[in-house]
Design a protein around this ligand. Structure first.
Ligand code: DGJ
Length: 727
C-alpha cells in the first residue's frame, strides 16, 4: 500500500500534503497521534510521548496506569460511561438497559480502492489511488462490533470515514446516536467557521472562537437545511485565506445533521459529526447492521483557500459522477422568474426562440405544467400535463423546443403532495403525518412517505415515463418544505423515530434508480434554493440551485460562502430581472451577468422585456461565458476579496493548465476617497507573461501576483470581468 502503512499497532494514512497517524493503545483504544502536515510512521514515538498527565478528579481506565485516563487521550473513537466525559460518538441502549460502551481494537483490513457503501452516497475513486483501512472494534461486554472505514483520496488531500455497527447479540439494542466521525485535536486555539442562513440567505460565513464548552452546528429540519450547512471548518488562530492551518469536515448526508466542537478542560478539541440524534432512535434487531453516513475531512496549511481547493477537488473527482461530471454544462434559461405559473405554450415558445437567438443552450420549464397547478396551493403529486397550458403535452413542447436547436429540461417536485391533488384524494395515507394531529403545512404541501415502496415506485414510474417519452435532457429536482409531524403507518410505534433517516434512505434509492437509468440527463437539485445543498445530494445531482435569491449583491455573499465547501461547477447562478423580486434592488445587467458567471450560468427572466442594447449584452455575456466556463468550473478558485470583510469582492479562477485566468470583481459600496483597490493575483506562473484578452496589455505573472492591478471602486454594484491568457 502506498498511502496507508501499518507497523504493528500504528497506522499512517497519507495524502499528497497531509497525514493522519493512529495508534492502538495498550488497552486497545484508537488514539489519534496526529492529523495535519505530513509525518512519517517513525514519528509515532515522539508524538505518543506526550501522555503524562496527572489525574485529579479524572477517572483512571485501570489502576495499572494512573496516567491512562480516556478523558485525556486524543481519540478517534470513544464511548460513554468509561471516564471520557467529552461528547460521545455513540449512545446505545444495551440489553441490560445501560449505555456504557467500551469499543476496543479487534483487527484491521487494508485494501486498495474504496469500499462501496450500502444504500447511502459514498465517495468513489477512478484514479486507482484510493486506499481503505477498516478498523474493527469490539465492545468489551456485549457482542457488538464496530467498523471504522477510512478511505484515503491522495490527490484531493481528503480522508473519508464512516461507522458501521453490528449487533451480534441475540436481542435487539437501540441506537440513540451513532456519529460518522470523531477526531480530537491537541491543545491549540481554534476558531469554528460555519455557513448559516435561511431561505434566500444561505451560507453566510460566521466564525466563533472555540472556548471551553461546546459549539454545535446542526439542522433539525429533516434536511441538511439552509439554516446551517453541514460543512464546518476549524481554523487555527491566525489562519487566513491563504496562510495558516485549516481543517474541514463535511457529511455526505442530506437529512438533519449534527456537528459538535467541544473544548475540554484540558483544552483538547473534539469534533464529532453525524446524523442529528434529536428525534432519532434506531431499533437494531439481533444480527442486523446500522450504517452511519460517510464523513469527509481535509486539511491544508494554506489557509481557507487551500482547504476549499481540497474540498473542490474531492467533490469534483470523488462525489460528482455520471456523464456530466466533467462536461461543460449548458447555459440555461429557466422560465420561473419570467412567468411563474402564468404561461402558455405560445409564451414558452416565444421565450425559447429569444433564448436560442442569444446563445442559450437549454430551455427549462419550471413549476406549473401539471394537474391544477396554477398556484402553489394545488396539483403537487400529479403528473398529468395541464393541456390548457400545453395542448401538445410535454412531449409536444419538448419536440418543438428541441427542433429549435435547444435542449429541453423539466422541473419536478416529486417528494411532496398538495392536499388539493388527485394523488392526495386517492392516497392520503401516502403523506407523512400523525393520526389525530393537525398537519402543519409548508408551502401548502405535505411530504410523501418515501419509506413506502409503492410511493417510491410511483415517483420513479412517472418520471421515467416522461424521460422515456420526451426529449428531456435536464431535470430540476425541487423540494420545498421541512419535516414536521413525521409519522408513517408502515412503522410500529417503537420505530417511528427511525423515520427521518428512513426517509433519506428512500430518497437515495429513488435517486439511484433514476440517475442509473438516465445517465445522460443532467440533474440539478433544489430545495427552495440551497435548502439541501450538501455532498450527499451532489452524489446524484452534479449541480444545485444555490439560492432563490437571484439579486446579484446578495449572491456575492451566498456564492462566496458556498465556495468554501463546494466547487463552482455545482452552483446554479442565474441572471434575473430588476428590481429584483426578492430584495427590490436594481443592479446593472452587466453586474448580474458577471456574478452569475461564477457558477452554472443561466437566465431566469423574460428576455422579451429587454431593450435591443440589453439583448446584445446578453448575447455577449453568453459568448464570453462559453469561453471561460471550463476555467471557472474546473480550475482553481482564489478568493481575493471577501464580501464579508469589506466593500468589494474578488474571485480569481485559474485553469488547471495555468493558461487562462478569469477575475470577477465587484464593488459593493463605492469610495470617493480611495476609489481604487489593489488586487494581487494568486496561483500564476511566476516566470511567464499574461495578456489581458480585452485590452491586449501584457503583464508578468510575478507582477500580477506581487504588485497587482488597481481596480476602480467608483460606482456601487459595478463589476469587472477580466480574462488573461498565458503568452
Ligand atoms: C422553489 C425553487 O427554488 C424555485 O427555483 C422554483 O423552482 C419554485 N420552487 C417553483 O415552485
Amino acid at each position: 500500500m502506498r498511502h496507508i502503512t501499518q507497523q504493528e499497532n500504528t497506522f499512517l494514512l497519507s495524502t499528497a500534503h497531509t497525514a493522519m497517524l493512529l495508534q492502538i493503545t495498550k488497552y486497545g483504544h484508537v488514539e489519534l497521534l496526529h492529523y495535519g502536515m505530513p509525518v512519517s510512521i517513525e514519528d509515532a514515538a515522539a508524538l505518543a510521548a506526550r501522555r503524562t498527565m496527572p489525574y485529579g478528579s479524572q477517572v483512571m481506565y485501570t489502576e495499572e496506569d494512573p496516567t491512562y485516563c480516556l478523558d485525556n487521550i486524543p481519540l478517534l473513537w470513544s464511548g460513554a460511561g468509561k471516564g471520557d466525559f467529552r461528547i460521545s460518538p455513540i449512545e446505545l441502549e444495551l440489553p441490560d438497559g445501560t449505555i456504557t460502551t467500551d469499543f476496543i481494537y479487534d483487527g484491521c483490513t487494508l485494501r486498495a480502492g474504496t469500499l462501496p457503501a450500502v444504500g447511502l452516497p459514498a465517495a468513489y475513486d477512478e484514479s486507482g489511488e484510493a486506499e481503505t483501512l477498516v478498523l474493527s472494534l469490539r465492545e468489551k461486554k456485549f457482542a457488538l462490533r464496530l467498523e471504522i472505514i477510512f478511505t484515503v483520496f491522495p490527490a484531493a488531500d481528503a480522508i473519508t470515514r464512516r461507522t458501521v455497527l453490528y449487533n451480534d447479540e441475540t436481542v435487539p439494542i437501540t441506537v440513540r446516536s451513532l456519529m460518522s466521525q470523531q477526531i480530537d485535536f491537541p491543545q491549540r486555539e481554534y476558531e469554528m467557521l460555519t455557513l448559516d442562513g435561511d431561505w434566500i440567505s444561505e451560507t453566510h460565513v460566521h466564525t466563533r472562537s472555540v472556548q471551553p464548552g461546546r459549539l454545535v452546528n446542526e439542522s433539525t429540519t429533516g434536511f441538511s437545511s439552509n439554516r446551517h450547512n453541514p460543512g464546518v471548518i476549524l481554523l487555527e488562530q491566525g489562519t487566513g485565506e491563504n496562510t495558516g492551518l485549516a481543517y474541514g469536515f463535511n457529511l455526505l448526508y442530506s437529512g438533519s445533521h449534527y456537528t459538535a466542537v467541544e473544548r475540554s478542560p484540558r483544552d483538547f478539541v473534539r469534533i464529532v459529526s453525524g446524523i442529528q440524534p434529536q428525534g432519532f432512535c434506531w431499533r437494531l434487531p439481533a444480527g442486523e447492521i446500522f450504517r452511519a453516513p460517510e464523513a469527509v475531512m481535509t486539511f491544508s496549511n494554506e489557509g481557507m483557500n487551500g482547504l476549499s481547493g481540497n474540498f473542490h477537488r474531492f467533490v469534483r473527482q470523488h462525489i460528482l459522477h455520471g456523464n456530466w461530471k466533467e462536461k461543460p454544462r449548458p447555459v440555461l434559461l429557466n422560465n420561473w422568474e419570467a412567468y411563474f405559473f402564468d404561461f402558455t405554450e405560445a409564451k414558452l415558445l416565444s421565450l425559447a426562440k429569444q433564448a436560442k437567438a442569444v446563445g442559450v443552450e437549454l430551455f427549462v420549464l419550471d413549476d406549473g405544467w401539471f394537474g391544477e397547478r396554477n398556484s402553489d396551493t394545488a396539483g403537487l403529486g400529479d403528473y398529468t400535463v395541464n393541456r390548457k397550458k400545453l395542448p401538445g403535452g410535454i412531449e409536444g413542447l419538448a419536440q418543438k423546443i428541441t427542433t429549435m436547436g435547444l435542449r429541453f429540461g423539466l422541473w419536478f417536485e416529486p417528494e411532496s403532495v398538495n392536499l388539493e391533488s388527485e394523488l392526495y384524494r386517492t392516497h392520503p395515507e401516502w403523506a407523512l403525518q400523525q393520526p389525530g394531529r393537525q398537519p402543519s403545512m409548508g408551502r401548502h404541501q405535505l411530504l410523501l412517505d418515501l419509506t413506502r415502496p409503492e410511493v417510491r415506485d410511483y415517483i420513479v414510474h412517472h418520471i421515467t415515463h416522461l424521460l422515456d417519452h420526451c426529449p428531456i435532457t435536464y431535470v430540476k429536482w425541487d423540494m420545498n418544505r421541512n419535516i414536521t409531524e413525521i409519522g408513517s403507518a408502515t412503522l410500529p410505534a417503537n420505530r417511528q423515530q427511525e423515520l427521518p433517516h428512513r426517509y433519506m434512505l428512500g430518497l437515495y434509492s429513488i435517486l439511484e434508480r433514476l440517475v442509473t437509468a438516465f445517465p445522460d440527463v443532467l440533474f440539478e437539485g433544489c430545495a427552495g434554493g440551497g435548502g439541501r445543498f450538501d455532498a450527499g445530494m451532489l452524489y446524484y445531482f452534479p449541480q444545485y440551485w444555490t439560492s432563490d435569491d437571484t439579486d446579484a449583491i446578495e449572491r456575492l455573499y451566498i456564492q462566496h460562502g458556498t465556495s468554501l465547501v463546494m466547487p463552482a461547477c455545482t452552483m446554479g447562478a442565474h441572471v434575473s430581472a430588476v428590481p429584483n423580486h426578492q430584495v427590490h434592488r436594481t443592479t446593472p445587467l452587466q453586474t448580474r451577468g458577471h456574478i452569475a458567471m461564477a457558477g452554472q450560468f443561466g437566465y431566469e427572466m423574460d428576455l422579451g422585456k429587454l431593450s435591443e442594447e440589453e439583448t446584445e449584452l446578453v448575447r455577449q455575456q453568453i459568448r464570453q461565458y462559453k469561453e471561460i466556463r471550463s476555467t471557472i468550473h474546473f480550475g482553481d478558485l482564489y478568493r481575493l476579496r471577501s464580501p464579508f470583510e469589506g466593500e468589494n469582492t474578488a474571485w480569481e479562477y485559474v485553469s488547471a493548465d495555468l493558461k487562462q485566468i478569469v477575475l470577477i470583481y465587484c464593488t459593493i459600496h463605492a469610495h470617493v476617497i480611495t476609489g481604487m483597490t489593489q488586487i494581487r493575483f494568486e496561483g500564476l506562473k511566476e516566470n511567464a507573461q499574461y495578456r489581458n484578452t480585452e485590452t491586449g496589455e501584457i503583464y508578468d505573472g510575478d507582477f500580477l501576483m506581487n504588485v497587482g492591478l488597481y481596480l476602480s471602486d467608483s460606482k456601487d454594484y459595478a463589476t469587472k470581468l477580466m480574462t488573461f491568457e498565458l503568452c
